[in-house]
Design a protein around this ligand. Structure first.
Ligand code: A3P
Length: 331
């Protein structure tokens, strides 16, 4: 079975194994729902809009006994903020002593397969995560307020990758249409929803703010990164990332250009052109499939201008500015 990966991607059996039922009552069906985005209605769970399958899995995680290890790295993102890229970067940094760049696993396997996600169980349950050797890298779209109780205040570290909201919105719209093979939902139709905070793992700004505040309170525990910064100065941020991960580049490595090698290996140009990422499909819930290439669209900063009017852009900017006011977080 393909490893499940992103938004809307848990495999068929996952919701059966990580159950959201208590005394035979399906708790997900009791929650408010709203339609509008491609695919089934989103469910409101503790202030966040999620796909029903994710709610089931996240509820199930509460009772699963899942416990992070003190040396775990949690890669947290809102969907479409650069999860795939950051998975590749962390994998490349952590494993740089194990593999030659010329025969690296990233050349043959999709980053979403190399770094699993907590809430998209493989083979129907999360027990495989327990079997992974330390130090583990685990992806998640959960904000801290949705973490299972067992995850709170453990020694693990978090890398949070954030992205400019207009580009996130455009990327999300394309991706949702791709997942649900939807050619009819217009960008205009979902724009007002995103602006209201109604999107998968939205409100987008609440998600960012939760991690932003954690990163200010505990910078040694939470590294807050921005996609745009990473694009403009990738080597600088790869060096910073390695430091945070506890595997800093040595002076010799920097002289030898190893950070640059990591950046090259994980670049959009490199990864998006590999056969492993170009061909093949992931299996989604409901027997749907998603092309592996769907995780590589343009990889550009500012693509929103090609899809949204200036007025829409200004409107979303104003909303986001208002929501983030006083926090110190700006885009
Ligand atoms: P676009 O749709 O704007 O092109 P995620 O991995 O969180 O789903 O995010 C997907 C977004 O990251 C997509 O943005 C995708 O093209 C971009 N992306 C994927 N790999 C990348 C890479 N190596 N470098 C930069 N951006 C990348």
């Amino acid at each position: 079975m393909s490893q499940a990966m992103e938004e809307g991607s848990a495999t068929n059996s996952s919701s059966e194994a990580v159950s959201s039922e208590i005394h035979g009552v399906d708790l997900v069906s009791k929650l408010p729902t709203r339609e509008g985005w491609p695919g089934p209605p989103l469910v409101l769970y503790k202030n966040y809009w999620l796909r029903p399958l994710y709610v089931a899995t996240i509820m199930g995680l509460q009772n699963s006994g899942f416990k992070p290890r003190h040396d775990d790295i949690i890669l947290a993102t809102n969907p479409k903020c650069g999860t795939t890229w950051t998975k590749a970067l962390i994998f490349a940094i952590n494993n740089r002593f194990r593999y030659e760049f010329g025969s690296h696993p990233l050349l043959f396997r999709h980053p979403q397969e190399l770094v699993p996600s907590i809430e998209t169980p493989r083979d129907g349950n999360i027990s495989y995560i327990e079997k992974l050797p330390s130090p583990r890298v685990l992806g998640t779209h959960m904000p801290p307020s949705l973490f299972p109780k067992s995850m709170v205040s453990d020694g693990f570290r978090v890398v949070y990758m954030c992205r400019e909201p207009k580009d996130v919105f455009v990327s999300l719209w394309h991706f949702q249409k791709e997942i649900f093979k939807d050619n009819t939902t217009s960008l205009e139709a979902v724009f007002s929803m995103f602006s209201e905070g109604f999107s998968t793992f939205g409100p987008f700004w609440d998600h960012c703010l939760e991690y932003w505040r954690e990163s200010i309170a505990s910078p040694e525990k939470v590294l807050f990164l921005k996609y745009e910064d990473m694009i403009s100065e990738p080597v600088k941020y790869v060096i910073r990332l390695a430091m945070f991960l506890g595997v800093p580049f040595s002076t010799k490595e920097e002289e030898d250009g190893i950070p640059e090698e990591v950046v090259r290996l994980c670049s959009f140009e490199k990864l998006s052109n590999l056969d492993a990422n170009q061909t093949g499909e992931f299996t989604l819930s409901g027997n749907r499939v998603l092309k592996k290439s769907a995780f590589f669209r343009k990889g550009k900063v500012g693509d929103w201008v090609n899809h949204m009017s200036e007025e829409m852009g200004r409107k979303l900017d104003c909303i986001v500015e208002e929501k983030l006011k006083g926090s110190g977080l700006v885009f």
